[in-house]
Design a protein. Sequence first.
Length: 409
Amino acid sequence: MAESKRQRRVFPDAFKLEAVAAVRGGRPVSVVAAELGLPDRLVRGWLRWAEGRTAAGSGAPAPTPTQEQAAPARRVGPSPADQAAEIGRLRRELDRVRMERDILGKSRAHLRPGDGPEVSYGFIREHVAEFPIQIMCEVLGVSRSGYYEWASRPESARAVGDRAVAAEIRTAHADSRGRYGSPRVHAVLRGHGRRVGRKRVARLMRGMGLSARRKRRFRRTTDSAHAYPVAPNLLARDFTASAPDRVWLADLTYIWTAEGWLYLAVVLDLFSRRVVGWAMADHLGHELALAALDMAIARQRPAPGLTHHSDRGVQFAAREYRKRLKQHGMLCSMSRKGDCWDNAPMESFYATLKGELVEQRDYLTRDEARADIFQFLEGWYNRRRLHSALGYITPEQKIAAFQAAASAA
């Protein structure tokens, strides 16, 4: 079957440039490559490719330093040894303050007014790998001798089991960057072979003060007051698809930064919930939506007959956008006016993006937001995030399962 053949992965220039920007921002090549599921050599090749583009685009010589800049500065004040000693002392004090702050912050979820010292002892034992025992005892106001006496007592089998499960919970929650609540953490543990009940996971997470990042409501604007043709709603809220690249959903949103708005366009495959195309810009013109569509087409190379669903926004109704859909044999579908539920999976995706990422950040620049969103889409959402709509598997796992079933047929 043609659907069972694995397609060669295509990486548009926008994808490559964001990966290069992540490396140039100080992240190791190996880390960026691992997040994107790529070999190191491919990312290094993109670095050379980007350097070639930069060199070809600028032939200006490097500025020559002035005489004042080239002259060495005369030494004044304390000697280098004294400065190094003072810096070391300040760093140690700062590390101590930060450690005490972290201990207090983490202990708030465990300790309540009126709790006995045993509760503090339990917190200390759970965090001995993170903080020195002496400092934890001082911050929490308990004695070291009391802790050691308590710790020497034998634990019950239930407590030993809870401690082991709690360690796995903490790892799963940290790997999700705090985005997972108990249902997804439970799915992760079950996927690793841990036989544990969902209620037990929820109880232990409450005890450790762990929870999913809360999603906040946000507003979107759709300019449907235009004279372009409007397509009928072919999807009719049937949010199912029999295979990848049969139904695509498209939408736009915006992210605030200190430099101003950054606009994001996304194309989502309904079957796998995978982001197949995206684009970011400082404007909301139709070129933004078209760039996301072009990325999706280049990466997926869909067969004619795909249904493309969006709202009635001017970006999707524009002549150039409709022309691109027609060129590739796509059927245009649009939501009813003012009815966001006609594109509910897309709304759910943006709620996830906002709740798990954007609302947790204060972006100073658009470039900072772009890098963060790129990592979320390609390094986390597509490859690692467990989706409840998919039975708590990732989009990549959904596609792999489909390909395996098609090959076996």
